[in-house]
Design a protein around this ligand. Structure first.
Ligand code: BJW
Ligand code: ZN
Length: 249
């Protein structure tokens, strides 16, 4: 049965005494910055679900449509600022590093491609699903940063003539192996894991919370809505990231 309880004092104490902390974030942490989530209210773009757009098949079928979605999102992200949730996680990392020195670790694992954690000052960020500001050539494989908003050419092309694609991970594609291995390592060793703003429906990212829990970590889920992880969580805090996370400081 789902339990939603809010013993913030207990959670704060755990977070301030643990040496090994992992955090898994999803689109919900950027919602208060004005970046749309993928699922739920306001999560759809022109009535397409992410499963319709974030696939290699969708790109092969209609690269212009997929790029229009990314161009729209890049425009929103360009204007967005880190919110109190992002800032609280960056502050928590600094506090943990100060308190524990080399004996501690704070790993922020994000499914987001918006770069807002880094802009908030987080240092140890593992980006499981890539970066919306990177483009990769479907022909020669070259990867480069592209911050043009809006894009002049839709879909954009590489100097070699082939189509460029966003430097992100779509359904059916593997996650970057280095980031994934480090994420597993941090989750498997964490004493506490915070899971913030994710529907926890997309794997393998969602499985990191189960990995952490099975290895003995305390698990806190911070989300205004119920998630499939709540029943396994020690704390299911029903609230928005920008209000709950600053309370942990
Ligand atoms: C707030 C808030 C506030 C709101 N504060 N909270 C069957 C079972 C298991 C797995 C599979 C399966 N069939 C297929 C798979 C694999 C598939 C998968 O998981 N599918 C499921 C949908 C079923 N996964 C993959 O394919 C992955 N790769 C893989 O498995 O490789 C191995 C493999 C290889 C070959 C063949 C098969 C497998 C890759 C997944 C890539 C996901 N990519 C995307 C797009 C990234 C680029 C981009 O951004 O465009 O990643 S899809 C999209 O979903 C994006 C997100 O990172 C990801 C997760 O979404 P997220 O972040 O959780 O957002 P939402 O919108 O779902 O939730 C927001 C939450 O915030 C909500 O809960 C709100 O309540 C909350 N919220 N406001 C706090 N203010
Ligand atoms: Zn090329």
């Amino acid at each position: 049965m789902t339990q939603a309880f809010f013993d913030m004092t207990g959670l704060r104490q755990v977070v301030h005494t643990a040496n090994l902390i992992a955090v898994l974030t999803g689109a919900g942490i950027s919602a208060e910055s004005g970046v749309p989530t993928f699922r739920g209210t306001g999560g759809l773009w022109r009535n397409y679900s992410p499963e319709d757009l974030a696939t290699p098949e969708a790109f092969a079928r209609n690269p212009r449509l997929v790029w229009e979605w990314y161009d729209w999102r890049r425009g929103i992200i360009r204007q967005a600022q880190p919110n109190p949730g992002h800032l609280a996680l960056a502050a928590l990392e600094r506090l943990t590093v100060e308190r524990c020195g080399n004996g501690g670790s704070f790993t922020l694992i994000t499914q987001n491609v918006d770069g807002l954690h880094e802009r908030a000052g987080s240092q140890s960020v593992l980006k499981l699903h890539g970066d919306i500001w990177l483009v990769r050539c479907t022909g020669c494989g070259a990867v480069e940063r592209n911050e043009e908003v809006p894009l002049r050419e839709l879909p954009p092309r590489c100097g070699c003539g082939a189509l460029l694609r966003p430097g992100v991970v779509w359904f059916g594609e593997s996650l970057p192996s280095g980031e994934w291995e480090q994420a597993c390592e941090a989750s498997g060793h964490a004493q506490v894991m915070l899971v913030v703003g994710t529907s926890a429906l997309v794997y393998p990212a969602a499985g990191l919370a189960q990995l952490a829990r099975a290895a003995g970590a305390k698990l806190a889920v911070i989300n205004p809505d119920e998630t499939p992880l709540d029943s396994a969580a020690d704390w299911a805090v029903r609230g928005i990231a920008g209000e709950v996370l600053p309370q942990l400081l």
